[in-house]
Write a protein that binds this ligand. Structure first.
Ligand SMILES: Nc1nc2c(ncn2[C@@H]2O[C@H](COP(=O)(O)O[C@H]3[C@@H](O)[C@H](n4cnc5c(=O)[nH]c(N)nc54)O[C@@H]3COP(=O)(O)O)[C@@H](O)[C@H]2O)c(=O)[nH]1
Length: 537
């Protein structure tokens, strides 16, 4: 009992801990995943914008080069130089324009040169056919290194930062490269190693320290990165929304676990577990023919054997079982136990019968009769050897009771009214019911030899039963005086501690064997009455 409680409590605590931890952990993980996903979408947006920006810079440069190539002016004439100057001024992306002849720079948008600056080989060629020299020191202006883009006989100089001229968050860095991985320019000093590996990877990703997103287009690759630490703000926002949901789910699960555990720990919960685990055993109280002392059968009385070996008396759990409906599976288990325990004995001695207690619900529905019929099949036990005991209190629906008891007798069972006299119904009320025997309650037997107000009731009950042609069985006989009195009154059978307490199956079998040696076997009178399906007389 204690072990089971401890197990239920331990399981409950474990499930409650898991039930609390899993939703909160799941929501914490979801907060992180959503924050990462949102941040990566933002990085991707900036990477896409960088590609757009770089492409537009290339396009501007190309348009300017196409325009100057198409001019009809004499190379390096005043008109040609003026044209280059106008295009330079009107094209924000370019800083300077130059004209090459025979591999040397002859003039630029600034004017004539000495013709000594030689054309150097391109670092790569864009898909639009522009020769790109990544770092060129402008020899004319002597300014910072620029990127030179050449098409035909002209080139333009572009400040590399024009390609990455995108507004990004302060925490972000970006890099632009061509699709062979040659770096064009960077912004906010990104980690070179990360950029190198990100260029080779698709879309977006994450390292131990940073998040990154990659965009590609027209021979260019843009990578935008951000340290993981900068996720903190977004993560907090997501957590503020999701963690309360996780806490709510956790509280709900813990509540359900506590509710289920308490239910399992409740008497009804324990009884339900006992039914599931088939923890019921049956003891048999011998029934004695008072005239001869012969053991004619037994009443099957259920006991709840807990896993720790302790036995619970039926009056402690039968009322709860009846209220909850668990009495039906318990009755089934009692009947199966009878078949298991006494099959051989009942087949060997046809004069023996076993009485079982039937609950109100089964009397109303008649369900138990089908169950008994099914379980008796192929056992060799005759239906006449099974008596059904029903208390007056269980006849809630008298018409349904009449049908069920009638069916029971037609099938061959004898029907006994248990605890007679303790209910409110009169014998007259019960008179119309199909029955064979009346069990006189212990409370009346107890009055024998005592001068109490109810003493005379006992003999009246016996007389009425005889008048109705019913067998009589006296319960709870504890003294020889009671037995002698009841025998003298013509009571047929008796049970009680005078003869024996309810015994485990093996002890009842031994008791019956001993009794047989002393008193012999009963004549077939009880069986005959039951087979006939009619009352005595
Ligand atoms: N629906 C079911 N009810 C059942 C079943 N098994 C038992 N019960 C009912 O539980 C009540 C208590 O039963 P139990 O503790 O087994 O007590 C029985 C006898 O042991 C007791 N008894 C018998 N002789 C004496 C005696 O001389 N002195 C004394 N003090 N007690 C004695 O009486 C009980 C028998 O009761 P009854 O059924 O009225 O014949 C009890 O109401 C049982 O019916 C079950 O399987 N299903």
């Amino acid at each position: 009992m204690e072990m089971r409680r401890s197990r239920i409590i331990a399981t409950g605590v474990l499930l409650a801990l898991l039930g609390a931890a899993i939703p909160i952990a799941a929501m914490a993980y979801m907060s992180w995943a959503i924050a990462v996903q949102k941040e990566q979408s933002l990085l991707k947006l900036f990477a896409d914008r960088t590609i757009v920006r770089a492409n537009s810079t290339f396009r501007e440069a190309k348009d300017a080069l196409d325009a100057v190539e198409a001019t009809p002016f004499i190379p390096c004439s005043d008109e040609h130089i003026a044209r280059m100057r106008v295009l330079t001024v009107n094209t924000p992306a370019i800083e300077e324009m130059g004209y090459f002849e025979n591999g040397f720079l002859r003039c630029t948008s600034w004017g004539q040169t000495e013709g000594k600056i030689a054309l150097t080989p391109a670092d790569y060629v864009t898909p639009d056919g522009l020769d790109v020299k990544l770092r060129t020191k402008p020899r004319v202006t002597q300014g910072n290194p620029m990127m030179a883009l050449r098409h035909g006989r002209h080139n333009v100089l572009v400040v590399p930062s024009r390609f990455v001229d995108v507004l990004v968050d302060d925490s972000m860095s970006l890099a632009l490269a061509n699709d062979q991985g040659t770096l064009i320019d960077t912004l906010n000093a990104p980690d070179a190693e990360l950029i190198k590996s990100a260029i080779g990877n698709p879309q977006e990703g994450m390292t131990n320290d940073a998040l990154y997103a990659v965009a590609r287009g027209n021979g260019l690759v843009a990578v935008v990165t951000e340290p993981r630490a900068s996720l903190a703000g977004k993560l907090r926002n997501e957590q503020m929304f999701l963690l309360p949901i996780g806490a709510f789910i956790a509280a709900f699960i813990v509540g359900v676990v506590v509710w289920l555990s308490r239910k399992q720990l409740s008497p009804l919960g324990e009884l339900a577990i006992a039914v599931r685990n088939r923890e019921f055993i049956v003891h048999y109280q011998p029934i004695i023919e008072l005239k001869t002392g012969i053991c004619v059968g037994a009443e099957a009385l259920v006991r709840w054997k807990r896993p720790d070996g302790s036995i619970v008396r039926p009056d402690l759990f039968i009322p709860l079982a009846e209220d909850s409906g668990l009495i039906m599976p318990i009755t089934d288990q009692v009947f199966e136990a009878i078949v298991f325990d006494l099959n051989r004995m009942l087949v060997e001695d046809r004069t023996l019968h076993i009485a079982i207690n039937i609950c109100a619900a089964d009397i109303k529905s008649g369900r138990i009769l089908d169950f008994i019929e099914d379980r008796l099949r192929h056992t060799g036990i005759r239906p006449t050897q099974i008596w059904l005991e029903a208390t007056e209190r269980s006849f809630i629906d008298i018409d349904a009771a009449r049908v069920t008891l009638g069916r029971a007798r037609a099938f061959g069972h004898s029907v006994a009214i248990d605890d007679f006299g303790t209910g409110y119904s009169s014998l007259q009320y019960l008179q119309g019911l199909p029955m064979d025997a009346l069990k006189i309650d212990k409370s009346f037997v107890d009055t024998v030899g005592k001068n109490t107000a109810t003493s005379s009731v006992t003999s009246h009950i016996i007389d009425m039963a005889k008048a109705l042609g019913l067998y009589t069985v006296a319960e709870g006989i504890e003294t020889t005086e009671q037995a002698d009195y009841l025998k003298a009154q013509g009571v047929d059978f008796g049970q009680g501690w005078l003869f024996s307490k309810a015994l485990p199956a093996a002890e009842f079998i031994a008791y019956h064997r001993r009794s047989k040696e002393i008193y012999g076997t009963a004549p077939e009178v009880i069986q005959v009455a039951a087979v006939a399906g009619s009352a005595r007389g």
